[in-house]
Design a binder for this molecule. Sequence first.
Ligand SMILES: Nc1ncnc2c1ncn2[C@@H]1O[C@H](COP(=O)(O)OP(=O)(O)OP(=O)(O)O)[C@@H](O)[C@H]1O
Length: 208
Amino acid sequence: MPDRFEQGRLAIADLACSRGGRLLFEGLDLRLDAGDLLLVRGPNGSGKTSLLHLLAGMASPSAGNVLWNESPIAEDLPAHRARLHRLTLSDGLKGALTAGENLRYATRLLNGAGDVGAALEALDLAGLAMRPVRFLSTGQRRRVALARLTTVARPLWLLDEPETGLDQANRQRLTDLIAAQRREGGIVVLVSHADLDLDPTVSLDFEP
Ligand SMILES: Nc1ncnc2c1ncn2[C@@H]1O[C@H](COP(=O)(O)OP(=O)(O)OP(=O)(O)O)[C@@H](O)[C@H]1O
């Protein structure tokens, strides 16, 4: 498949994060190149989501920098947000809209030219495409959120426990999506408690 986005490098330099007066981590150094997967693990409350917030430019580190192609993301946050997809437990889907409408809406919002039909197909949602999302099961709804990742190509995916609510077959679809994103030269940062069949480039284990 041809590149559909400009590949880049994500680096973390001497990064530290405090929340509520507590130091969660410090001195974190990492470099991720096109196709790399960072797997972040650790117990509840150890700072995994906080790290994703820093990588998304949604929170400021207490020290250090997040860099894209060697430039601090803080220098141009809108540009950084435009190169990433975040997937969190709150999926941001519109309950009154169907899966297809949600994907078309997201595609327009993100100024993309995505293939909604292919995205629905990839997540086995074609048969559910006409049903308002509020009538979908937890796992079905989760699949719509995953499909949204593929409609607009972006080089950086920040995924917070994306396996939540997915059965085995759909966990496999999730690992396939991640593998495809990596093959296309995307970078994936994955927070997960599950034992997904992936081959991370780097693993980061947070302490309690
Ligand atoms: N905005 C905030 N203000 C104060 N404390 C916060 C804030 N956000 C997070 N925290 C605290 O920071 C710590 C780390 O939270 P974080 O959400 O990063 O953990 P996590 O490793 O992702 O946990 P989980 O596995 O439960 O999702 C927790 O103790 C949390 O209460």
